[in-house]
Design a protein around this ligand. Structure first.
Ligand code: PLP
Length: 395
């Protein structure tokens, strides 16, 4: 594509999925058009975020919502909102938390690289539980009582990573949290689709839920959604929006920021570096609407056909192919490489696919077990043909 050529960068075929390192999901035309249009007029960012809040509230069932610069930024803002609330003194001090509560309880098996987002806001993560099944040292995983007995005067909330196999289930963790009036943050970055998940974790009692906008929602790569309790979203807005303004003439939408509850206007908060452009807010809202109104269903059918055409072109004794199709969402193709027949490992094939122009970037998960995984979300007919040809030439 000319625009990347201009800067001397090759384009790649991303069959890794919505991974950030390969540019994430490609946006539908309608999303790109909405961003182009948004770029041509100015708006008050507080008014735009208040409108976003109403729409997100509508489709998630949460009291309020906010467009963030990714799920990770959403998790930092969520943490900051729980630690500081609308206390302007605390908002000013973050990420320093001396003298106030900053501990979040997290199951040891929920720890992952993205929880840096919570630590960034000044949280201390207090680990509980074990996964003795994975360790081959027992039969139990983290249990709800382990959260309960770890709660102290310094505990300010619970941090929960949602996945297909999350344990203990969110409902049980929320039960403990509610008993102690503690809020629960849920990292649900990659949990869409299914569409029902937009409402599910809020219905289960989560206080704040973070989703990625740049994964299967097909919104701008650097966007996300944070939804949940109204007073926490108010704190998020206070810590994210540009605050260089005089209190007297500051006029934020009352449903996002109730000005009359504040003694003054805070200075830029910890979230100021996570600014979201008006184009990104509009792009995310457009993508969310397309997703909610089932416009992506036909993509999944096309994607299945692309995978089937790859399978019919490459099938041989050396490669065992399987297509996994979830009820909602993209199908996945796995190719098990018979290294003895082929004299090449999945790693070597993956490396060769990456080279050249265009490079083909497959999913890394499974390579260690000799499995190449193809995620078709960014495929079209041309790319499928090029990918198939390249794969055939390597094997
Ligand atoms: C992708 C992901 C994130 C980060 O989401 P961004 O929108 O890229 O910031 C956080 N947590 C999990 C579990 C993820 O999969």
């Amino acid at each position: 594509m000319a625009i990347y050529d201009n800067f001397g960068v090759r384009t790649i075929i991303n069959v890794s999925g919505a991974s950030t390192r390969v540019g994430g999901a490609l946006m539908p035309e309608e999303v790109v058009d909405s961003m182009r249009e948004a770029a041509r007029e100015s708006v008050s960012m507080a008014e735009l975020q208040a409108a976003a809040s109403r729409y997100i509230s509508n489709v998630t069932g949460a009291e309020a919502g906010y467009v963030t610069s990714g799920a990770s930024a959403g998790l930092t803002l969520a943490t900051a909102s729980i630690i500081a609330g609308c206390d302007l003194s605390k908002i000013d001090k973050l990420p320093q938390t001396q003298g106030f509560k900053n501990e979040f309880i997290i199951s040891r098996e929920h720890r992952n690289g993205y929880d840096h987002a919570a630590r960034l806001a000044g949280a201390t993560l207090v680990e509980v539980g074990m996964n003795e099944i994975v360790a081959n040292a027992g039969v139990r995983r983290t249990e709800p009582w382990e959260y309960e007995v770890a709660i102290t005067d310094s505990t300010v909330g619970i941090y929960y990573s949602q996945g297909p196999d999350s344990h203990p289930c969110l409902t049980d963790v929320v039960k403990v949290a509610q008993k102690f009036k503690l809020p629960v943050i849920v990292d649900a970055a990659g949990e869409l689709p299914p569409k029902a998940n937009l409402r599910r974790f809020i219905e289960m009692g989560a206080d704040l839920v973070a989703f990625s906008g740049g994964k299967a929602l097909l919104g701008p790569q650097s966007t996300g959604i944070l939804c949940g309790k109204k007073h926490l979203i108010t704190s998020v807005a206070l810590q994210n929006l540009d605050m260089d303004e005089f209190f007297d003439i500051w006029d934020p939408p009352n449903d996002l920021i109730p000005k009359d509850t504040l003694p003054g206007i805070p200075r830029h908060g910890i979230g100021r570096g996570f600014k979201v452009s008006k184009e990104n807010v509009v792009g995310l809202l457009t993508a969310l609407r397309l997703f909610v109104e089932d416009n992506y269903e036909s993509n999944y059918i096309d994607q299945t056909n692309y995978l089937k055409s790859i399978v019919s072109a490459i099938s041989s004794k050396a490669l065992e192919t399987r297509i996994f199709a979830p009820e909602e969402g993209s199908p996945i193709l796995t190719i098990r490489v018979n290294e003895e027949v082929l004299q090449k490992s999945a790693f070597e094939i993956s490396r060769q696919l990456k080279n050249g122009n265009p490079g083909v970037f497959v999913q890394e998960v499974g390579l260690g077990e000799g499995i190449i995984t193809i995620h078709p979300m960014n495929l079209n007919e041309d790319r499928t043909r090029i990918l198939t040809k390249k794969l055939l030439s390597i094997i």
